[in-house]
Ligand binder design. Sequence first.
Ligand code: B1M
Length: 213
Amino acid sequence: LSLEERLARYVIEGAKDGLIDDLQEALKKYSPLEIINGPLMAGMEEVGRLFNDNELIVAEVLQSAEVMKASVAFLEPYMERTETAVKGKILLATVKGDVHDIGKNLVEIILSNNGYQVVNLGIKVPPEQLIRAYHEEKPDAIGLSGLLVKSAQQMVVTAQDLRAAGIDVPLFVGGAALTRKFTMTRIAPEYDGIVLYAKDAMEGLELANRLSD
Ligand code: B1M
């Protein structure tokens, strides 16, 4: 197998033997984000497909998630970071009912490596908790992540609850089940502030930078 195929395999098989050596090898050719967005994400997509076809069980998908997390943790110190004054504070959460956090945590890493202070509230975060954290932390923006189809709907509810609480800081949303169209037609009308859709963590950073400039 090629190096790229092996990297995808670790994720698909949920196996860590040899992973770090191959990641080290990959760093000679690719940036950390290229490794994540390329072979590792390809592996995750295959995991999603196999799971969908009932060829993997949840316990196996969890092991794949562990490999992804270990890879991201290994690659993080090699990621580019800019030494700037704090550009802003962002509250980050996976919405109520959703446990997926690998994408959200990647967003946290990218933002905090690039001058943002991130308060990561974790997973399954109900609107009440976000509102409480908003008052405690006084962030410049809020970021919501969700991977399930029902999470897209939960983002609509969250936007409504934030608006009812008088919150109107920019709202970033992202995650596999979400689209730009859904964001603009279903979430944005329910919120008083700007709502921005980011297809991946880098786009999230670009949007945050555009706002803070
Ligand atoms: Co679940 N899962 N899962 N899962 N899982 C999906 C999402 C699914 C598509 C798989 C499938 O069936 N094909 C499917 C959703 C179906 C749907 O609703 N349409 C699914 C399901 C059904 C479930 C359960 C219901 C399974 C069950 O229990 N029967 C259950 C849900 C539990 C719950 O949430 N209540 C469940 C559980 C799990 C595990 C716990 C086993 C595990 C998660 C572990 C963890 O996160 N700690 C897991 C995993 C790993 C996946 C897949 C395979 C991979 C997700 C992932 O980590 N991708 C996923 C299939 C897939 O996506 N291919 C699947 C890598 C990650 C880097 O990408 O999170 O998309 P992602 O983030 C991207 C972008 O989306 C974006 O940036 C990142 C890249 O830079 N992004 C943002 C994300 N958030 C952002 C926020 C932003 C900006 C960008 O700004 C704020």
